[in-house]
Structures are given as structure tokens and as C-alpha cells.
Ligand binder design. Structure first.
Ligand SMILES: *Cc1c(COP(=O)(O)O)cnc(C)c1O
Length: 390
């Protein structure tokens, strides 16, 4: 064997890889956000089996904390194993059956991802239009419903690609329910950061991710469904195309049976539990208020530097501040300088807004006055180097 390796020129020595020493960044991009030290500590506690009685108790606590954070009484409230896209695909892949029609928005990057997932689920996809950088207009939604009669309507509550917060959620859900459709809300960048009331607002299914406003590493992603949505899932004629994300099977693990489906990411569940405990300690409404307060200072500071926000004030999304790149400034050079000189991460625009905006997150543990001061000072320096003086 080793002769053959030698013949082929394959190196037999073990790779020399040094100790893990990631740089100490300040994370002010679109996620992940800075992780609270208590969450990191929770992640270094010992592993137990995923069916251990002590873990079953932890599962119950996580579900209870998730209900509090989503503002819901939904029994079907679980962390899905995987990143936000996994909870997103669980929602869409289970709700949309072949032959169903799903209505999705065109006003940002993540509406496009909803479309791809609904198509893969075998759904017919129709669109409700709004320009990138604007929210959906209920009048357009009513028109789209009248024209297409969709079975499922998806929208993005906090569009991370444009920095736009969708207002009037209850108006949108009323329109959908008048047409007997179920509503899926993408709450990845809103859960735990901006006001979200799943039950009061009539949202049937909401999904999120842990690494944005919950300031938890990615890996276990919140999902909640009301009984009406779960009835549709359990009444499907054809099984969902994904075995891993089939909610009728996951019901066996997260529901009353607690039977094996797949091994839960134990450490990520610990992390989520601690991150949600921090939400409960702060109080969800105070947490929303803090994001508005701290991000409000960030927005004011950006405007003082002579920069312009991408979204009008009425739709401003505190957890994701999209800022226009001024004429003559190289957006990438600014991002590089912040990273190289300040260990500070912000992001460029995505999709249609690439090169036009910077995206500055203000999420969870990153939503602190200290971080805001730091990002403003670093940006002032990077902009000055580009010859921009407001
Ligand atoms: C980040 C994000 C997602 C996807 O989450 P991942 O954790 O990257 O898989 C989905 N929707 C929105 C609005 C997001 O910001």
C-alpha cells in the first residue's frame, strides 16, 4: 500500500496543523453576531446522550423558552438541527405539497430562496412584487391573492439583504386567512431583536436562526407551527421530499414520544438554551427596546458621518442597518480596512444591492453601545482614507 502511495507521490506524513487560534473579531455583519460568554461556557459543558432523561428536560426548557421568545403558545415549537435555512426548508418543504401554490415576495434575497425551496417541494410559485428596499404593500398582496388563490403565503419579516422591516404584519395575515391560505414568516433577523408576536399577529408558521439576534452559534434553528399548519402537515397525501426535515417524523422526537429520529446537536441545544435564558432574563420587550435604542444611536452616528440609510425611516430594521456606499468610495476597501485594522466585520450588499450598500448588523450581544462607538470610529477612519469627508 505504502509502496503504491510512494509510486503515486502521496505524502504519508500526517498534516501539520497548528492550534486553533481564530482572530478576536467584533461581529457587526448580517450574522453571526458576537456570542455572549455565557453561551460559549454552556457549549463547553459535558455531553449527555440525546435521549438522556436530563436532556429530555433540557428539550422541554428550550421549547418553553422558544415559545416565550416567539410570543406563542404553539405546541409545535422546536429547534431544527441545522442553520436558519434548515428551519426555512422544514417550514416550506412540509407546508407545500406538490400541486400547491405558494406566493412569495420579490423584494429581497431571501424571498428568492423561498421560491427555490417551494419549487423543489413540488409547488407552483407565484410572486407578489415590491422593489428591493421596500416592504410589501397590502394592496398588492390582496391583488395577488385574488389573481392566484395561493395555498401558502411566505414573507420575510426582516429582510437582511435590504435592511427593511415589513410593517403591518396582521394586515398581511388577515388577507391570507380571508383566502384560506397559511402564512409562513421568515423571522431569522427579527426573532429576539425586533417586535414579533406570532400568535397575536396570526402567523401560522415562523422560522428563525440562532446566530442573528439570539447571538448564539449557528446549528439549532427555531421553528414554530400552529395547529392549523401542523394539521396540514399531518394530512399530506405525499410525504415531504426530505426525510431529515419531515416534521411528522420529528414529531416523534420533539413531541410526546421522545423516540430516536436523528441525534440532536446537543451542544447547540445547550447554547440555544443559554441564549434564550438571556432573552428571558432581559425580558423580550426590553430586548426589542434595547435593539431600537442602540441601533438608533448607530443610525444617527452613520448619518452624522454623512452616510445615507438604504431604507426609509418607517421601514428601518434596527437589527440590520443597510447604508448606501457614497459615490467614489470603494466598498470592498472599507470592509477590508475594518477587518484588517480593527478586527471588525461588516458586510457588503447581496444580490441586486451588491456594491451599493454596506450591511451593519446590530444584533443580540453585538447590540451594545461599545460596539456602536467602535464601528463608527473605525468607519470614520476608513472613509477618510478614501477621501470621503461627509
Ligand atoms: C441568514 C438568513 C437566512 C438563512 O439562515 P442561515 O443560517 O444562513 O442558513 C434566512 N433568511 C434570512 C432573512 C436571513 O437573514
Amino acid at each position: 500500500m505504502s509502496n503504491r502511495h510512494a509510486e503515486l507521490g502521496i505524502d504519508e506524513r500526517p498534516p501539520e496543523v497548528g492550534e486553533l487560534t481564530p482572530p478576536d473579531r467584533t461581529l457587526m455583519g448580517p450574522g453571526p453576531s458576537d456570542v455572549h460568554p455565557r453561551v460559549l461556557r454552556a457549549m463547553s459543558t459535558p455531553l449527555v446522550g440525546h435521549l438522556d432523561p436530563s436532556f429530555v428536560e433540557i428539550m422541554d426548557e428550550v421549547q418553553e423558552l422558544l415559545r416565550y421568545t416567539f410570543r406563542t403558545d404553539n405546541k409545535w415549537t422546536i429547534p431544527v438541527s441545522g442553520t436558519g435555512s434548515a428551519s426555512m426548508e422544514a417550514a416550506i418543504g412540509n407546508l407545500v405539497e406538490p400541486g400547491d401554490t405558494m406566493l412569495v415576495p420579490t423584494n429581497g434575497y431571501f424571498g428568492g430562496r423561498m421560491k427555490s425551496m417551494a419549487e423543489r417541494a413540488g409547488g407552483e410559485v407565484v410572486e407578489v412584487s415590491a422593489p428591493w428596499g421596500e416592504p410589501l404593500d397590502p394592496v398588492d398582496l390582496e391583488r395577488a391573492f385574488a389573481e392566484h388563490q395561493p395555498d401558502v403565503f411566505g414573507f420575510v419579516h426582516a429582510e437582511t439583504s435590504t435592511g427593511v422591516l415589513q410593517p403591518n404584519v396582521p394586515e398581511l395575515t388577515d388577507i391570507a386567512h380571508d383566502h384560506d391560505a397559511l402564512v409562513i414568516a421568515d423571522c431569522v433577523t427579527s426573532l429576539g431583536g425586533v417586535e414579533l408576536r406570532v400568535d397575536e399577529w396570526g402567523v401560522d408558521v415562523a422560522y428563525s436562526g440562532p446566530q442573528k439576534c439570539l447571538s448564539c452559534p449557528p446549528g439549532a434553528s427555531p421553528l414554530t407551527l400552529n395547529d392549523r399548519a401542523m394539521d396540514k402537515v399531518l394530512d399530506r397525501e405525499e410525504r415531504p421530499r426530505s426525510w431529515y426535515l419531515d416534521l411528522s417524523l420529528l414529531e416523534g422526537y420533539w413531541g410526546d414520544d421522545r423516540s430516536y429520529h436523528h441525534t440532536a446537536p446537543i451542544t447547540n441545544v445547550y447554547a440555544l438554551r443559554e441564549a434564550l435564558r438571556l432573552v428571558a432574563e432581559e425580558g423580550i420587550e426590553e430586548r426589542w427596546a434595547r435593539h431600537r435604542r442602540v441601533a438608533g444611536d448607530l443610525k444617527a452616528g452613520l448619518q452624522d458621518l454623512g452616510l445615507e440609510m438604504n431604507a426609509p425611516d418607517e421601514y428601518w430594521l434596527p437589527s440590520l442597518n443597510a447604508v448606501r456606499v457614497p459615490d467614489g468610495v470603494d466598498d470592498g476597501a472599507v470592509i477590508d480596512r475594518l477587518l484588517d485594522e480593527y478586527d471588525l466585520e461588516i458586510a457588503s450588499g447581496l444580490g441586486a444591492l451588491e456594491g451599493d450598500i454596506w450591511r451593519i448588523g446590530c444584533m443580540g450581544y453585538s447590540a451594545r453601545p461599545k460596539n456602536v462607538e467602535y464601528v463608527l470610529a473605525a468607519l470614520e477612519d476608513a472613509l477618510a482614507r478614501q477621501g470621503f469627508d461627509g
